[in-house]
Structure formats: C-alpha cells, structure tokens
Write a protein that binds this ligand. Structure first.
Ligand code: K3U
Ligand code: ZN
Length: 157
C-alpha cells in the first residue's frame, strides 16, 4: 500500500459532497482502502475520509486507539465503512477535543451526539448496521462530515 498525500484546509475537494461508491469490488477501490489505512496509521490518526486523500468518494476508515488526550479510547482494528449513513443519532451530546489531519495544529472542543447507529457496506460488500457511543461515535461523525464537505472548525460552537 502507498502513503497518500493528505489534502489541507483550503483544498476545494474538502468542501465538496463525495459520491457514493458503486464499484466496490474494483481493484481501484480495494487498493484505495489499503492506501487510506496505511496513510491513516502513518499519520497517527484515528480516522480518515477519502476526500482527504483527494478522492471524492464516500469511504471512511475509523481506527480508534488510546491517545494521551483520550486514554479511555477503545483499541479497535481499522474499520472501512463504504457509503456510511448515520441512520439515528442521540439528542444527548457530549463535548470533546477534536483534531484533523487536514487542519494541522488545530484542536478544539466539538459537541457531538454521544450515541449513533450507522449503516454501511464493508469492503466485502456486506450491509452492516451498528451502534456506537463516545469517542468512536465522535470519529464517525467527524469522518461523515468530511464526506459532506464539512470540517470540524465549522462545528465549533
Ligand atoms: O489522533 C488524532 C489526530 S486527528 C484525527 O485522527 C482525525 C480524526 C478525529 C480525531 C479526533 C476526534 C474525531 C476525529 C483524523 C481526520 F482528520 F482524518 F479526521 C487526535 C486528535 C485530537 C484528539 C484525539 C485524537
Ligand atoms: Zn478530519
């Protein structure tokens, strides 16, 4: 897998709505998922969205792991979500620090739903619906915002 260049704030692609994936089993999509995962791990992030590597498709990878600022973050295998949809999110929110590989040296408290249900396609094409809470729910909301052209500074109240 390749480590890809990460788009920085100001790149138009970060403000666009990404398109649904229709050719999930193409090698280009499977290789992109591998490259996104390698890029995410090399950047020491906990999530990444395809527009951040200049591909305007609805693919995100979440890879929570404990960080100094999030000692209680769950350790999880990187998980690729294709065409993710947040089908429900709780009215109760919590505020937590966020950062972004596309907005370097910025950290800010952001209020997000504490609990959500997301439906997505796995890289094998299975349709999965799962509930998430806390930090992982935060990452999912942050990455789904990237698919809709929204960066976290726009979420700071
Ligand atoms: O690992 C990071 C680096 S920023 C990061 O991993 C973004 C994901 C993220 C970090 C923190 C909260 C929500 C999402 C990745 C991005 F930009 F591609 F979305 C981190 C930053 C602040 C708090 C906790 C962790
Ligand atoms: Zn981000």
């Amino acid at each position: 897998p390749n480590i890809l260049r990460i788009a920085q704030q100001g790149e138009p692609i970060l403000a666009q709505r990404a398109a649904n994936v229709t050719n999930l089993h193409d090698a280009t999509i499977q290789n992109l998922i591998d490259d996104m995962q390698a890029t995410l791990l090399a950047a020491n992030g906990v999530g990444i969205a395809a527009p951040q590597v200049f591909i305007s498709l609805r693919i995100i990878i979440i890879a929570s792991r404990p960080k100094p600022r999030y000692p209680d973050a769950p350790l999880m295998e990187p998980l690729a979500m294709i065409n993710p949809e947040i089908c429900w999110q709780s009215p109760d929110t919590c505020t937590g620090w966020e950062g972004c590989l596309s907005v370097p040296d910025a950290r800010a408290p952001v209020s997000r739903s504490n609990h959500l249900r997301v439906r997505y396609l796995t890289r094998k094409g299975e349709i999965i619906e799962t509930e998430y809470v806390g930090f992982v729910a935060r990452i999912i909301q942050h990455e789904c915002d990237h698919l809709d052209g929204v960066l976290f500074p726009e979420r700071v109240t």
